[in-house]
Ligand binder design. Structure first.
Ligand SMILES: Cc1cc2nc3c(=O)[nH]c(=O)nc-3n(C[C@H](O)[C@H](O)[C@H](O)COP(=O)(O)OP(=O)(O)OC[C@H]3O[C@@H](n4cnc5c(N)ncnc54)[C@H](O)[C@@H]3O)c2cc1C
Length: 412
């Protein structure tokens, strides 16, 4: 049996490519080494799947995709955000846009996005082969003839789409398998690097705050006393550091700054107030409730979990009455609230990175079709390519657009 198209990798990019080619009438097989499709998709957006962003294909805003953003113009034009919204609506998914243009299924369930894609594959009779780990491609006369299966056997097809993802969260199946085969076929694979990762800090105190979210906090990155990067947004303490959208989006910058020297993070719990304003407010509050214990006051000002940690880092005894607190002690307290300092130890690796930066060099791929410039029947889609964006639905939009373009471009 010779298929019209064999898609390697059943993540969002591979499912989209396979479905679109099937919709065009191609005989398609989708090869996935796991026992189910879209395992990483189910983890996305904390299980809610932030599947696109309303601004993702906005030409003025596409610089968020970094140095290779122009590569995406054509695919985003062919199948951009509006097309993605219509696509999922047609498959019965009701969606809603949240903060900063992020779009989710209204149910808050990533499973609905996966089910919609499975319905799409079924409708267009895509053959799905689970447990099919591809171990290499067979090339002859400048064309790909087959995909070798681990454990024996070969899938023959007129066209191939490589949608094997990157190397991050390897437990989901994305283990970077294709990089080696593609390099041996002559493609350049830019060094894969973990990106959008949590930050690890030296202080053990964060363990006490594990799981605590901070809404719209400020974060300064310090090299010595100088602020070298900053951001503002939601973050969460982990067992050994910080994560959450604001931290994750800053992680790339932290990674490159770290190579030049030690860094500290300064969390500002009250980014809307100057230090002097916060001090004035605290002074007034102390004045109005002078018998109150400091720890109870801090619980109200921050949160029950944060209050004891703030006391610890400012070296104050929470059992004291607020009327007892001296000016110098109050200044220390304000300092801790506006500048909770943590020393960066490093970044989490591939096991916890949301995406992989690097991958198949885009200059060796035709952006209009996702076709290899070396092999006319070889195509790419999704994170296997050297493309990445910030958190917020931008990375899945890459998968939908490049997957659709590849499936739309195969000749059969
Ligand atoms: C925790 C987490 C949360 C995320 N949240 C979001 C979010 O909210 N919004 C967003 O836009 N992005 C998010 N992302 C990123 C997004 O999930 C990825 O960019 C996306 O899944 C990449 O899709 P893909 O199809 O290219 O690859 P993958 O999803 O990695 O799929 C690749 C597939 O190929 C299969 N495969 C690999 N090698 C072989 C082989 N040799 N043979 C057969 N099959 C193979 C794998 O098993 C896997 O199923 C998140 C990522 C993580 C880890």
């Amino acid at each position: 049996m010779i298929y019209d198209l064999a898609v390697v990798g059943g993540g969002p990019a591979g499912m989209m490519a396979a479905g679109r080619a099937g919709e065009r009438g191609a005989r398609v097989i989708l090869l996935e080494k796991n026992d189910s499709l879209g395992i990483k998709l189910l983890l996305s957006g904390g299980g809610r799947c932030n599947f696109t962003n309303l601004t993702a294909d906005d030409k003025g805003a596409m610089a968020v995709y970094g140095r290779n953003h122009k590569f995406l113009f054509s695919a985003f034009h062919r199948f951009g955000v509006k097309s993605v919204l219509r696509f999922f609506a047609d498959l019965g998914v009701t969606t809603e846009a949240g903060d900063k243009g992020r779009v989710f299924p209204k149910s808050g369930r990533a499973e609905d996005i996966r089910q919609a894609l499975l319905k799409y594959l079924e409708k267009y009779k895509v053959e799905i082969r689970h447990g099919a780990a591809v171990s290499g491609l067979v090339a002859r006369e400048n064309a790909i003839r087959g995909a070798r299966l681990r454990g024996g056997g070969e899938i023959l097809s007129k066209n191939f789409v490589i949608a094997t993802g990157g190397r991050s969260y390897p437990s989901t199946g994305s283990t970077g398998d294709a990089y080696g085969w593609l390099a041996s076929l002559g493609h350049t694979v830019n060094t894969p690097r973990p990106a959008l990762t949590p930050v690890v800090v030296k202080e053990k105190i964060v363990k006490k705050l594990e799981g605590l979210s901070l809404k719209d906090a400020g974060l300064n990155v310090l090299a010595g006393k100088k602020i070298v990067a900053r951001c503002r947004g939601d973050m969460v303490f982990t067992s050994d550091g910080l994560s959450g959208p604001a931290v994750i989006d800053l992680s790339g910058r932290i990674g490159s700054l770290l190579s030049a020297g030690a860094l500290k993070l300064e969390i500002d719990l009250f980014p809307d107030s100057e230090k002097s304003e916060l001090d004035k407010k605290i002074r007034q509050d102390f004045h109005e409730s002078n018998n109150k214990q400091l720890k109870n006051y801090l619980v109200r000002l921050t949160s029950p979990r944060l209050a004891p940690v703030i006391l610890e880092i400012s070296g104050l005894n929470g059992a004291r009455a607020v009327s007892d607190i001296k000016k110098e002690e109050r200044v220390r307290l304000t300092g801790a609230l506006k500048g909770f300092i943590l020393e960066v130890k490093g970044l989490k690796g591939f096991d916890r990175a949301m995406i992989t930066a690097g991958g198949v060099a885009t200059f060796e791929v035709d952006p209009k079709t996702m076709r290899s410039r070396f092999y006319p029947n070889l195509f790419f889609a999704g994170e296997a390519l050297d493309l990445d964006g910030p958190s917020g639905g931008y990375n899945l939009q890459i998968c939908w657009s490049t997957g659709y373009t590849a499936g739309d471009s195969v000749s059969f």
